[in-house]
Design a protein around this ligand. Structure first.
Ligand code: CP3
Length: 345
């Protein structure tokens, strides 16, 4: 039994005594305790060693007091499991030295047996669940197929992912084959995470909003939909498609339990698009955590008011930035905890 199951109750549509809060990328470089482990071990070593992944996952629960833990891992472990080399180079971000450009490249990758290639994640989840000992729920995750295609084709981060788009526009059949392979792997991977003990899964479509509505609904949403259909009976599912506000209504139709939104759409407008029943998660601008603490407090209260107090999970609109101080992250979380108690009465 969980001592704090606020997140789960909100995702099931229940009214709760206050709004739950966590932060995307809450286990990361803004925490001095994370930096200590980062000095000693490589990025994928941290992901692949259950004891390290567990220690990092628990840091924000212990230090910041969030209402949920999120597994420490990365969306790029799935391209790795498909057979692509992935390097994480400091200050450059992820590099995939042999990206997918042609049919021959596609033939190099294989749908893996997740119990073999990604077993270290399942072991980490089991250990985290033990160490959490019921304090808060554990969120598992995977990248959306479109966002993973972006990295697998572009070979690195990008502002536009133009080469990934060019691949889809010039070789649509190959693109859909690749998206389907990623989808099949992701479904098996997330089912493995649920079996290992996660309470919720979030699908990160960080680059969904680079697409037009029509392209999002061709290249991204149908694959997210397959994942949601395969998982929604056995766990709670949140879709976070950054920037894809224009398809919120279509995302509701998948039957997901929650939708993440970023700060470029006002909560009231997102609510109009998404309808009154679905849970919305977000949407504090991560850069606003660089404001003075009194400004953070004031802005968090405004956000809570704008969401109306129910069917809401407080979060940032994207990952926390590395230059945010721990005190400012705490101010965000504590303001949600204190203010939402009063405002939902
Ligand atoms: O939320 C959490 O605390 C859990 C851990 C988590 C990481 N990556 C750890 C990480 C999660 C949920 C992710 C998801 C992820 N990874 C996404 C989707 C979410 C988003 O932010 O859009 C994406 C696009 C990636 C790919 C990725 N991984 C990038 C672009 C980078 C480098 C840039 C950056 O933000 O650091 C990574 C590396 C990465 N993943 C780090 C962490 C803590 C930093 C590694 C380090 O320098 O120690």
């Amino acid at each position: 039994m969980l001592q704090n199951d606020l997140l789960l109750r909100v995702l099931r549509g229940e009214k709760t005594e206050r709004t739950p809060v966590w932060m995307m990328r809450q286990a990361g470089r803004y925490l001095p305790e994370y930096m200590v482990l980062r000095e000693k071990y490589g990025f994928f070593e941290r992901c692949q060693t259950p004891e390290l992944a567990a220690a990092i996952t628990l840091q924000p629960v212990d230090i910041i007091g969030v209402d949920a833990a999120i597994l420490f891992s990365d969306i790029l472990v799935v391209p790795q499991a498909l057979g692509l080399e992935v390097q994480l180079i400091e200050s450059k971000g992820p590099i995939l030295p042999n990206p997918i450009k042609t049919i021959n490249d596609l033939q190099r990758i294989r749908i893996p047996e997740v119990d073999e290639t990604l077993n270290y994640v399942f072991d980490a989840i089991k250990l985290i669940k033990q160490e959490l000992n019921g304090r808060v729920p554990l969120i598992g995750f995977a990248g959306a197929p479109w966002t993973l295609l972006c990295y697998m084709v572009q070979g690195k981060g990008s502002k536009t992912f133009d080469e990934a788009k060019a691949f889809c526009y010039t070789q649509p059949e190959l693109a859909h084959q690749l998206l389907q392979m990623i989808t099949d792997t992701t479904i098996a991977y997330l089912k493995g995470q649920v079996k290992a003990g996660v309470d919720v899964v979030q699908i990160f479509d960080s680059w969904g909003g680079l697409l037009s509505k029509e392209d999002f609904e061709t290249l991204s949403l149908p694959y997210i939909d397959q994942i949601v259909q395969a998982l929604k009976e056995e766990t709670l599912v949140i879709i976070f498609a950054k920037g894809a506000w224009y398809s919120l209504k279509e995302m509701v139709a998948t039957g997901a339990h929650g939708l993440g939104i970023d700060w470029c759409i006002a909560p009231q407008i997102a609510r109009q698009f998404a309808g009154s029943n679905i849970v919305l998660q977000g949407n504090f601008d991560p850069a606003k955590l660089l404001s003075p603490v009194p400004v953070i407090e004031q802005e968090v209260k405004k956000m809570l008011k704008d969401f109306g107090g129910h069917h809401h999970i407080a979060n940032l609109g994207h990952g926390i930035l590395p230059n945010v101080s721990v005190d400012h992250a705490k101010a965000f979380v504590n303001t949600v905890k204190e203010y939402s108690l009063v405002s939902t009465e």
